[in-house]
Design a protein around this ligand. Structure first.
Ligand SMILES: Cc1cc2nc3c(=O)[nH]c(=O)nc-3n(C[C@H](O)[C@H](O)[C@H](O)COP(=O)(O)OP(=O)(O)OC[C@H]3O[C@@H](n4cnc5c(N)ncnc54)[C@H](O)[C@@H]3O)c2cc1C
Length: 488
């Protein structure tokens, strides 16, 4: 008994797996994605800085160096086709003394080797003109205008949504626990009992890629989680900066940054600390102190009291500190592992590389004439209309669907219609709806809208209220069953 026979089975629906799935959906292939979480982008891809780096950080001999700038370039077309939130604000790496200025020159040369366009070294006056809130003690900066900011989960949803519209099968809540070899490929089984056959396996399992590789006997790399704490500031603080601001990096990280997110609020972080556990998502007093000390050195007006929430992301760092992408000694088993930063940026280039590897390994790629690069479920977001005070357009939207007139999330201006659309698109947890609509990301962090979102999820899906969770089983919001009439 199998639940499906595929040409390519991708383990993991983060940005790497999703980008590969979409790339392969251009061909007449049977492709499936297996994801252990209840929704896509719930791994490393949901908790990062959201920067589309220009590509001057890593040396050109590494895959990180090679794929970052290529990925960055590919974002313009992806954005045009899939319409996820993305803007090219540029990035500035700032120096505070002569030593740091010399280091900036090294990064400038590295950027040129990586073919990063339009970079320039700027003196302090020009930098302060561009960013008036920067510390006036800076002595110069490296400017890379092609860097951008993206909403990482909306990007991931868009990739997978388009892949699914083009025929890819997505299986969520399916943790891969067993892979066996057959004459012409693999048998793959999940904890929930589904069984698949496939010619190729693409291992894009993020923090668990070494465990998936081990299932076919590959033990040549390990994943070491590198923890990063990030802090989001209140929207009311305003846009203190326009560009992503970097200090001069340390050997283990790009340093702690000040990031104008694509949705408006400023974010600061991340820390970088190698840890043992893959489930340690705790923020710390020490992390907070470090992040704000670094951020305030660059932008003195930043205050830790303006933080409205914090989160932790774990970078899946592989032995050797580079991406591990390629065929293995197990024919048909392709690793896409160790996708630490700049994996978000590199993801479209990773997908291109994986397509080439699969072709070389014998996969036939015949164009799918029905492929539509734009197809995906989309819905109007009224926040943009409210911000530009386009009440005429807003009136038309509400006239067409009165649920657009019912505000659910007051902090971020998200309406009932948007939440219903997100639930209908398959987001059945509070985090899924939050990532798809922004409901619950504002100052009150869901205190006001959380119960309303739960009610809408319940109405749309029939899931009992007590089974509605933050991010899947084990994170139910109201674990005690309600009596009729809502009483406990
Ligand atoms: C703090 C932080 C900041 C960062 N900032 C940036 C940035 O600004 N710019 C940038 O370019 N990059 C950044 N990165 C890196 C970027 O987030 C990652 O490179 C990228 O998200 C990795 O994507 P992925 O698809 O490989 O992994 P994931 O998103 O983790 O996807 C892997 C998926 O596999 C699933 N999975 C695991 N095991 C199994 C199994 N047994 N069966 C089925 N499914 C399984 C997981 O649930 C997960 O959804 C940052 C990372 C961190 C942690």
């Amino acid at each position: 008994m199998t639940d499906g026979k595929f040409d390519v089975l991708i383990v993991g629906a983060g940005v790497a797996g999703a980008a590969v799935a979409r790339r392969l959906s251009r061909y007449r292939l049977d492709v499936a994605v297996l994801e252990k979480e209840v929704d896509v982008s719930f791994g490393v891809s949901k908790a990062n800085s959201g920067i589309v780096h220009a590509g001057f950080h890593d040396v050109p001999e590494t895959l990180k160096g090679k794929l970052c700038q290529t990925g960055n370039r590919m974002f313009s077309q992806l954005h045009e086709e899939l319409d996820f939130p993305f803007e090219r604000h540029g990035e500035l790496m700032v120096a505070f003394d002569e030593d740091e200025l010399r280091t900036l020159q090294t990064y400038h040369r590295r950027g040129l080797q990586n073919h990063v366009p339009f970079m320039e070294m700027l003196g302090p006056d020009r930098v302060l003109e561009l960013e008036p809130n920067l510390n006036p003690d800076i002595v110069g900066a490296l400017h890379a205008p092609t860097a951008g900011v993206v909403c990482p989960y909306e990007y991931c949803f868009a990739l997978i949504g388009n892949a699914v519209k083009n025929g890819v099968k997505l299986f969520t809540s399916q943790k891969v626990t067993w892979i066996g070899r057959t004459d012409d490929g693999f048998r793959v089984e999940t904890e929930a009992g589904l069984k698949f056959k496939t010619r190729f396996v693409v291992n894009a399992a993020g923090l668990h890629a070494d465990e998936i590789a081990k299932l076919v006997g590959l033990t040549d790399f390990k994943i070491i989680p590198r923890k990063g704490e990030e802090y989001l500031l209140d929207r009311r603080v305003g846009s203190l900066v326009r560009k992503v601001l970097f200090p001069v990096p340390t050997p283990s990280s790009k340093g702690m940054l000040v990031i104008p997110t694509v949705d408006g609020p400023v974010m600061v972080g991340p820390t970088a600390e190698n840890i043992d556990r893959r489930d340690d998502f705790s923020t710390t007093r020490e992390g907070l102190k470090q992040v704000f000390a670094h951020a305030q050195r660059m932008v003195p007006a930043i205050r830790s009291s303006d933080a409205i929430t914090s989160f932790v992301g774990l970078r899946p760092v592989a032995t050797g500190d580079d991406f591990i992408i390629g065929p293995t000694k197990v024919p048909g088993f392709i690793n896409v592992a160790g996708i630490q930063s700049p994996g978000l940026t590199a993801s479209p280039a990773i997908a291109e590389l994986v397509k080439d590897i699969l072709l070389k390994e014998g996969l036939r790629l015949e164009e799918n004439p029905a492929y539509d690069p734009r197809a995906r479920d989309k819905f109007v977001k009224i926040r943009g209309l409210v911000e530009v005070r386009d009440f005429a357009a807003l009136g038309q939207v509400v006239a067409a669907d009165p649920d657009y007139g019912k505000l659910v999330c007051r902090c971020e201006n998200v309406t009932e219609a948007e939440i219903r659309a997100a639930v209908r698109a398959g987001h059945h947890t509070l985090d899924g709806v939050k990532f798809a609509t922004r409901a619950g990301t504002g100052r009150c962090q869901g205190g006001f809208c959380g119960s309303r979102v739960m009610r809408i999820i319940h109405e749309e899906t029939g899931i009992p209220i007590e089974q509605i969770s933050k991010k899947g089983p084990g994170s139910e919001i109201t674990p005690i069953p309600l009596l009729k009439g809502g009483r406990r």
